[in-house]
Design a protein around this ligand. Structure first.
Ligand code: FAD
Length: 404
C-alpha cells in the first residue's frame, strides 16, 4: 500500500491501514458536494467523457437551501452554456439595472452591459444536480468524513474508491482539512446573512449600500422578479469580532439599519472564504473547487461564477489528464483566473480604505467604461488596465486633498 506523494506532502492522513470493507468498484471521479462547483465538475466530466463513472456525494438531499445572495452574473450564464445547460435559468427575469452607494455616499446607477439573474439557490442548485443526474452522474446522499490513499486510488469513508476526487464541499470543506490544506485565515474570511423581503414585482434594480462603519461592509437587495428580493448584509470577520457583540445582533441589526424599508424573513448566515490571490488547488489526486478552494471575490463576495469555472476545469482535468490531474487543473485555473485573482487581491488591499471605493464609484458614475470594468472585475474574470487604475488613483488622491 502506498499513498500518493502529493497527499503525503500535504499532511494527508496517509495510506489506508485497515481492511477495505465493501469497496464495490472504482469510480473514475468522486465529487464531494453538489453546489455549483460540484455539479459543474460532474457535468463537464460527463460532457467530455460520457462513459466516465462519476459519483456525486452530498450530505443533503436536493432541493436544499444555501445562504447566498442568489445573484448569478452574466459570466455565470456563460459557464452554464459551456456546461451544456444554457437555458437552466432562462425562465428567471434578467436584471439590467445596478445601483451602488459607496461608503462616503457617492452613488452610481447604471445599466450593465449584460443582464444578471437572481435565482434562489434552492432552485439553482437542484436544477444543476438534476442536469448532472440526467447526464448519467450517480447522486447519493452521504456526508464525507474520511479519505485515505490506497494503491493508486482515494478511498472515501472506507468503502468508495476513486481514481480522482473533486472536493466541492464549500467554505468549511471537510476534504480540504483532511488533505492538510488550511482554511482561509480570518482576515480573508467574510460573514454574511441573507433573507427574503417583499418588494414591488416591477422592482428590477440590484441595489448595494456600502457602510463606512466597520468597512468593508455592505447590504444588498436583489429582486428576483416575483415580488420578493434577496436581501442581506456582509462584512469581514475580524471587523465583526472587533465590535465585541454577538454576530447575530450585528448582522441582523445592520441589515435592518441599511434597508429599513425591507424587513427580512428566513435569515441565514454563512462564511465566505475570500480569495487570497493564489489559491492552493489541491493535493495528490484531490482537487479543490469553488469555496473549498477559497475562490470568492474579495471585493464583492461573488462566488457562484468562480465555483462554476473551477468545477468545470476540475471535471475537465479529471477525465482529460486522468493519470495526474492536479498539474493540469492548476495550469487551467491559473490560465482562466490567475491575473484576475491577483488583480482582486491588490484591489481588495486598496479597498480597505473607504476613500478608494468612493473614488472608484465616483469615477464609475461619470464614466460608463469604468462602471463596466468594475462589474467585470467584481462579478467575472476582469482585470484593470493601467490607464483606468491611474484614473481612479488620481481621483482618490484628489478627494484626499480636498478633504485635507
Ligand atoms: C450570505 C451570502 C451571500 C452570497 N451571495 C452571493 C451572490 O449573490 N452571488 C454569488 O455569486 N455568490 C454569493 N455568495 C457566495 C456563494 O454562495 C458561494 O461562493 C457558492 O455557493 C460556492 O459554491 P460551492 O459549490 O463551492 O459550495 P456550496 O454552494 O457551499 O456547496 C457545497 C456543498 O457541499 C455539501 N457538503 C458540505 N460538506 C460535505 C461533506 N462533508 N460531505 C458531503 N457533502 C458536503 C453541502 O451540503 C453543499 O451542498 C454568497 C455567500 C453568502 C454566505
Amino acid at each position: 500500500m502506498t499513498s500518493s506523494p502529493g497527499l503525503r506532502r500535504s499532511g494527508f492522513a496517509g495510506p489506508y491501514r485497515g481492511r477495505l470493507t465493501g469497496v464495490d468498484d472504482v469510480w473514475d471521479l468522486v465529487i464531494v458536494g453538489g453546489g455549483p462547483a460540484g455539479s459543474a465538475a460532474a457535468l463537464r466530466a460527463k460532457q467530455l467523457r460520457p462513459a466516465a463513472r462519476v459519483l456525486l456525494l452530498d450530505r443533503a438531499d436536493f432541493p436544499r437551501d444555501k445562504a447566498c445572495g442568489d445573484g448569478v452574473a452574466a459570466h455565470g450564464r456563460d459557464e452554464l452554456a459551456l456546461l451544456g445547460v444554457p437555458d437552466l435559468i432562462a425562465d428567471y427575469r434578467p436584471t439590467r439595472r445596478l445601483e451602488v452607494v459607496s461608503p462616503g455616499g457617492a452613488r452610481v446607477r447604471a445599466t450593465v452591459v449584460r443582464p444578471n439573474h437572481v435565482v434562489p439557490r434552492t432552485v439553482f442548485d437542484a436544477r444543476l444536480v438534476d442536469a448532472a443526474r440526467a447526464r448519467g452522474v450517480e447522486v447519493r446522499r452521504h456526508r464525507v468524513r474520511a479519505l485515505a490513499a490506497h494503491g493508486g486510488h482515494i478511498v472515501v469513508d472506507g468503502n468508495v474508491a476513486a481514481r480522482t476526487v473533486v472536493a466541492a464541499d464549500g467554505a468549511n470543506s471537510t476534504v480540504r482539512r483532511l488533505i492538510g490544506i488550511p482554511a482561509s485565515p480570518a482576515r480573508h474570511t467574510a460573514i454574511a446573512v441573507r433573507g427574503y423581503a417583499d418588494v414591488p414585482a416591477d422592482d428590477d434594480v440590484q441595489f448595494i449600500a456600502m457602510q463606512k462603519d466597520g468597512w468593508p461592509a455592505y447590504a444588498w437587495s436583489f429582486p428576483i422578479g416575483d415580488g420578493t428580493a434577496n436581501v442581506g448584509f456582509g462584512m469581514l470577520l475580524p471587523r465583526l469580532h472587533a465590535t465585541g457583540l454577538p454576530g447575530r445582533e450585528v448582522l441582523h441589526g445592520r441589515l435592518a439599519e441599511l434597508l429599513p424599508h425591507l424587513p427580512a424573513r428566513d435569515l441565514r448566515a454563512h462564511h465566505l472564504p475570500l480569495s487570497p490571490g493564489r489559491p492552493r488547488p489541491g493535493a495528490g489526486r484531490v482537487m479543490l473547487a469553488g469555496d473549498a478552494a477559497g475562490l470568492v471575490n474579495p471585493l464583492t463576495g461573488e462566488g457562484i461564477y468562480y465555483a462554476l469555472v473551477s468545477g468545470r476545469l476540475a471535471g475537465e482535468a479529471a477525465v482529460q489528464a486522468a493519470g495526474d490531474p492536479l498539474p493540469a487543473y492548476r495550469h487551467a485555473l491559473r490560465k482562466a483566473l490567475g491575473r484576475h485573482l491577483r488583480t482582486t487581491d491588490v484591489l481588495a488591499r486598496a479597498a480597505q480604505s473607504p476613500g478608494f471605493i468612493d473614488a472608484a464609484i465616483g469615477t464609475a458614475g461619470r464614466r460608463q467604461e469604468v462602471f463596466d470594468l468594475l462589474v467585470d472585475v467584481g462579478l467575472g474574470a476582469g482585470t484593470v488596465p493601467l490607464r483606468l487604475g491611474w484614473a481612479v488613483l488620481g481621483r482618490w488622491i484628489l478627494n484626499g486633498v480636498r478633504r485635507g
